[in-house]
Write a protein that binds this ligand. Sequence first.
Ligand code: HXC
Length: 260
Amino acid sequence: NKESNEDILVSNVDDGVLTITLNRPKAYNALRNNALQEIVNELEKVENDNNIKVVIITGGKKVFAAGADIKEMAQLNVVGLLNDIRPVFWRKIAAFPKPIIAVVNGFALGAGCELMMHCDIVIVGDNAQIGQPEINLGIMPGLGGTQRLLRTVGKSMAMQMVLSGEFINAEQAKNFGLVSEVTLPELSYSRALTLAKVIAQKSPIAVRIAKESLLNAYETTLEAGLASERKAFTLLAATEDRAEGIAAFMEKRKPVFQGQ
Ligand code: HXC
């Protein structure tokens, strides 16, 4: 691992929350391989760090990410794409077990929209412009922009976005369930931080298993999903956090979860 990052800034000054800020403004935070590598390195560092409960990924107030780095992508022929390391990075982001909140202001395009969809909760500024414009380059989305998008916004809107390349705004994204809240751009990060701190107070085991169970809904039938949900729910009965949560309720006090 490198000593310092070139494409991202990392901060963990807030209790239990790690913030990763995409920081290559001159390229509208285009996600070159190095940026993905740096994100993955930071996630790997905190995966087993009990002090970090939630991760926020943002691009700052103006732009989230304008896509894969088109200049870098242009170098890859079909063999280059077959051997591309990028899918490995994306799988690692998708498999990160703690909650990730995306804070999206301005453009979230192509791989930027796909990164947003890898996150568990999305808060956007009202200046957000979200799209899958790959069709304009004679290509198509390759990192979930047909699969995760369709499962979230439904067929008609997914077709519209992917086939026309047109962007949708914050309000549309909210109406279609792609994002959960719209704020003023200058308030989106603080809203996400408040939410992150709320989640950071919960039992980390319950949060982890609940995230896993929710994501499992994408993968399975209702019957199998319900069966595995029930097993996960039952498993949590073995934790001290469950005993603490219930005891705190009975004693009318705030629970203190230890992650045990
Ligand atoms: C590399 C990019 C970039 C990108 C913007 N820039 N997007 N560089 N890759 N995806 C750079 C521009 O080259 C320019 O740098 C600077 O950022 C500002 O961009 P402008 O175009 O001058 O700004 P503006 O006129 O405001 O337009 C903003 C924009 C436009 C609408 C976001 O830049 C745009 O359409 N970008 C491409 C969006 C896109 O197609 N994304 C999907 C990428 S494909 P210079 O140095 O010239 O000033 C993808 C595929 C994933 O994500 C699938 C992989 C398998």
